[in-house]
Design a protein around this ligand. Structure first.
Ligand code: XMP
Length: 509
């Protein structure tokens, strides 16, 4: 963590938007850190924040089981912005009253604001905000003034500028709040005195220094999956300690078409040792006859660890590098003391190892920051903006037994699908083909065929926790279908998956 830049602490009360808040703050060039709502006040002070943002949360502040921060936080002299539950917590803690709404508000809501407030500098008197609440502040604490209201919510925002305490019932972090980003910017720059000293460019220099200090003259081994996170990790390690890095790329045989070559190409000519382990046969041998999705995942995970251990055996006494990113380490809401947890994201690497320590250069960054960093470090834009690809690879997109022949059919169909979407100028958050285990009767020329059914999936999502299917134009689907059934032997029928998540998941297995 960079300790010498200004910092905002986002205190999490279990709301779904905590990461969105932290990302918006960073996009405004101020470092943000997420901590659990019940973090002790001394721990917060140690971070020396320029401001604190209290998130929303699912509870009612007046109920026993609700999550409470230490009230002393309002007396630190550090500016506080309470959002939704955060506002209710502020009101409740400082002698106001919170009660159930007569009419709950959900969605975009016309809001009238007092533009004399620093929080609303430069914003129109009426603006749309995203409301999502069943409780409201019925009576504000002494010393506070109301600075915003809606038709059904008398206190849409309140403040006590003398104590630098501000609060909004709506969600300024959500895009549906028209002036939301301005509200956050005003809080940072007008109230907290931010100078905007957080940039990814600075991050590189500081992190390189930190890696050098941590590692000394020891060697570092990185399990490179080819995904964005581990690739960017490799790129920053190369900058920091070029002659001390070995990247082990385990090709488990379930990569997409041309993917192993693409990964190699991205690292060819770089000053690091790149070991390409082709373990395709070994994985497929272990997976022979296995059709159960969970079994497949377990076997692929275990085998990955085994191969990695064997390949890294000669590096005893080295550091292990991982592409862990911030969302992997942030633990939400009701933490039992610990703020973060360690999360291994490279297919579950060995827990007990001969490595002397972990190097995780990206553990304070969000995904979009990782992509930005990758480009600054010289990785091709197209490479770092690739869609996510699961650790078990095509293993979870090839329903039924995993054989080389079936994986090749899937690889070819998937390649055509991706190529035609690209030709049509379409890009979705995730899109891929699935080879089902079903075969279907067809006719080609005068003959009967009995080929596999391939399903196509394309989705819109921001968080990958939920998704909606993408509306691919029919003419594009026509072209994809015609090419796949004509060019890929063994495929007889194409279907398009229009299920959202929930109830489906993004992957089929
Ligand atoms: P589901 O299928 O659970 O997927 O809706 C959500 C997102 O996670 C990806 N995914 C994985 N990523 N290892 C990973 O690194 C895995 O085992 C794994 N399984 C699913 C999936 O591609 C989607 O983006």
């Amino acid at each position: 963590m960079n300790h010498d830049v200004q910092k905002i602490i986002v205190l999490d009360f279990g709301g779904q938007y905590k990461e969105l808040i932290a990302r918006k703050v960073r996009a405004l060039k101020v470092m943000s850190v997420i901590m659990s709502g019940d973090t002790p006040i001394e721990r917060i002070q140690k971070e020396n924040p320029i401001g604190i943002i209290l998130t929303g949360g699912p509870h009612s502040v007046y109920k026993e089981d609700s999550l409470h921060a230490d009230k002393a936080l309002f007396d630190l002299g550090v500016p506080v912005l309470g959002i939704c539950y955060g506002m209710q917590f502020m009101a409740h803690s400082l002698g106001g009253e919170v009660a159930p709404c007569a009419i709950s508000e959900y969605g975009k809501t016309k809001t009238t604001i007092d533009t004399n407030s620093l929080l609303y500098k430069g914003i129109d008197t009426t603006t749309n905000t995203l409301m999502n609440h069943t409780d409201f502040v019925k009576r504000i604490p002494e010393g506070f003034v109301v600075t915003g209201h809606t038709k059904n919510c008398p206190v849409a925002s309140m403040e006590c500028p003398e104590r630098k305490l501000y609060a909004v019932q709506y969600h300024p972090e959500a895009d549906l709040s028209e002036s939301g980003l301005d509200v956050i910017r005003n809080f940072l720059y007008e109230v907290c005195g931010a100078v905007g000293d957080y940039t990814i460019g600075d991050f590189i220099d500081k992190e390189i220094q930190r890696i050098r200090e941590q590692v000394g003259d020891k060697h570092v081994v990185l399990g490179l999956s080819g995904g964005v996170d581990s690739s960017v990790t490799a790129a920053i390690l190369e900058r920091a300690i070029p002659d001390q890095v070995t990247c082990i790329f385990v090709n488990h045989g379930m990569m997409r078409k041309h993917e192993p070559e693409e990964v190699e190409a991205a690292f060819r000519g770089k000053h690091l040792k790149f070991v390409h382990v082709n373990a395709e046969k070994r994985f497929l041998d272990r997976l022979k006859g296995v059709t159960d999705p969970e079994q497949k995942r377990i076997i692929i995970g275990e085998e990955f660890v085994r191969v990695f251990e064997e390949e890294s055996a000669e590096y005893e006494g080295s550091f292990l590098a991982q592409g862990t990113i911030y969302p992997d380490v942030v633990e939400s809401g009701h933490a039992s003391g610990a703020v973060i947890k360690s999360h291994h994201n490279v297919g579950g690497l060995p827990k007990e190892t001969k490595f002397v320590g972990l190097v995780e250069p990206l553990r304070t960054l969000f995904k979009d920051e990782v992509r930005e960093l990758g480009v600054l470090l010289g990785l091709p834009e197209e490479y770092v903006s690739r869609q996510p690809f699961p650790g078990p690879g095509l293993g979870v997109r090839c329903i039924g037994e995993l054989t080389k022949d079936r994986l090749d059919i899937l690889r070819d169909a998937d390649y055509i699908y991706r190529e035609e979407l690209k030709n049509a100028g379409l890009k979705f958050d995730q899109y891929f083909a699935v080879l089902t285990s079903m075969r279907s009767v067809g006719v080609k020329g005068d003959g009967r065929t009995y080929g596999y059914v391939v399903a196509l999936r394309a989705i819109h999502t921001t968080d990958f926790m939920t998704c909606e299917y993408a509306h691919i134009p029919y003419d594009v689907l026509d072209k994809i279908t015609s090419r796949i059934v004509n060019e890929v032997k063994g495929v007889g029928r194409i279907v398009y998956d229009i299920t959202g998540k929930p109830p489906a998941t993004i992957e089929w297995e």
